[in-house]
Design a protein around this ligand. Structure first.
Ligand code: GLY
Ligand code: MN
Ligand code: MN
Length: 455
């Protein structure tokens, strides 16, 4: 009897549907092989918290290590088959490490056609690859499987004299799954909405808890508390809690400075919920009220984000989002004399020469999904000039303009050391986009009221 009390399977239908779509795109009778991620030692006898491979999980919903998925595409009368290799039941190991499904329960719970112990992988693969016309495989995705695949092919080729043929073609498997992952299905959209909601609530909690004099890591602890108490398994990436000048360090994550009154706090943090990432940035005054200079730059970043969000419309090129943010930010930089018109020329000149990168040096977003920087091409590589690809309903992405002012000659001193980013997660819809992270406040009045009420 499966120990349902200690492990509940994900609903298997969305995963079966994805496997069927992948199989339908494969050559008839071809074989696809995909392994999950290995466990990784941190130090001594301690391992990093286990995180499955995103591609593998996308096609299985199965979160145990030491697992491999094989798909055999339909051929003639033979329907496609999904075969899972996984750890066997083992009472001794389960006493120490906890529940494991074992092949039989995994087969029924995860809706695959067949399941076998992982120890049988080598022997069964040489049989499955015999006479298969093609192999779909993620070369370079994991060194251990690379070596195993080479061994299987060698073993099949060694049987040539008996009339067996080895696959004559290999295809890059991940590219096919990337395109599928780029367009989120309903199951994924629901999980991303949950990740966005919890991540937003964590920002709200962090804002409410912030007091001048606290350390950045105390604020980080509020985020982690809110993630975990809502069932999120991990932070989706290392949280950034950057006060004062640290906000101008884009990947700052030491989170060990004392927050001073009068400073801004920039938090870039999101949770991972059932395999899907939230990714939110909010910037707010530690003491509850923006200074005039902070407010001026904050409102500029907010206007840039509004313009960028308005560009998230199906049919628009992906690049239109960044272009919209850059235009608003650059115009603001000129008006506020961060950029000197005498030196950089007109708005179009400053955009053309990328003069704005002194204060805005990153892109305005990225695909979002199982990975925080999710998979999928940004450009259409089939065309010579590789244009930015058009947005489609079902794509998920972040919209995250910012402005970062480091001290420099000619830069008005009132803005020095101010760093601001405002980041939301959105799902492209037929009509425009749906914001998944609205639970984190971002209006000036909204933030100030909230912070004063929590004092
Ligand atoms: N938190 C990672 C990013 O915003 O890209
Ligand atoms: Mn991001
Ligand atoms: Mn982020």
């Amino acid at each position: 009897m499966m120990a349902g009390a200690v492990a509940s399977a994900a609903p298997s239908a969305p995963y079966a549907e994805r496997r069927a779509r992948l199989a339908a795109r494969m050559q008839p009778g071809a074989v696809a092989v995909l392994a999950t991620a290995p466990e990784v030692v941190r130090n001594g006898d301690s391992e990093y918290p286990y995180r499955h491979d995103s591609y593998f999980y996308y096609l299985t919903g199965f979160a145990e290590p030491d697992s491999v998925l094989v798909i055999v595409a339909a051929h003639g009368e033979r329907p496609a088959r999904a075969i899972l290799f996984c750890r066997e039941k083992n009472l001794e190991r389960e006493i120490w490490d906890g529940f494991r499904y074992g092949p039989e329960a995994a087969r029924t719970s995860f809706g695959v056609d067949e399941a076998y112990p992982i120890g049988e992988l080598d022997a069964r693969m040489t049989g499955l690859l015999a006479d298969a016309p093609a192999l779909y495989y993620a070369l370079g995705h994991g060194a251990a499987l690379d070596a195993q695949v080479a061994g299987w092919l060698k073993a099949v080729r060694a049987r040539a004299r008996t009339g067996v043929t080895a696959p004559s073609t290999t295809h890059h498997l991940l590219g096919m799954i990337d395109e599928m992952r780029l367009l989120k299905d309903g199951h994924e959209a629901a999980l991303m909405a949950r990740a966005g909601l919890i991540s937003g609530q964590a920002h709200l909690r962090a804002m409410r808890a912030t007091r001048p004099g606290m350390f950045e890591y105390e604020i980080e602890a509020e985020l982690l508390h809110e993630f975990r108490r809502n069932g999120a398994q991990f932070p989706a990436y290392t949280p950034i809690v950057a006060s004062g000048p640290n906000a101008c360090v884009l990947h700052y994550n030491a989170n060990n400075r004392r927050v001073l009154d009068g400073e801004l706090v920039l938090i870039d943090a999101g949770c991972e919920f059932d395999g899907y990432a939230g990714d939110i940035t909010r910037t707010y005054p530690a003491g509850g009220v923006f200074t005039p200079a902070q407010r001026t730059l904050y409102e500029l970043a907010l206007r840039a984000q509004e313009a960028a969000l308005a560009a998230v419309v199906p049919g628009n090129p992906y690049s239109a989002i960044h272009d919209a943010a850059v235009r608003v930010l650059t115009e603001g930089m000129l008006d506020l004399k961060l950029l000197d018109r005498q030196k950089v020329g007109s708005l179009d000149d400053a955009i053309g020469t990328r003069a704005y990168t002194q204060f805005y040096m990153h892109g305005t977003g990225h695909w979002l999904g199982m990975d925080v920087h999710d998979v999928g091409a940004y450009r259409d590589a089939t065309q010579p000039e590789k244009p930015s690809r058009p947005l489609l309903a079902g794509m998920a992405l972040t919209v995250e303009p910012g402005i970062y002012v480091r001290p420099a000659e000619g830069v008005p001193e009132q803005f020095w050391h101010i760093g601001i980013r405002i980041e939301d997660d959105v799902l492209v819809t037929e009509a425009g986009c749906r914001i998944l992270t609205g639970s984190a406040p971002k209006g000036v009045a909204e933030i100030e009221t909230l912070m004063q009420e929590s004092r």
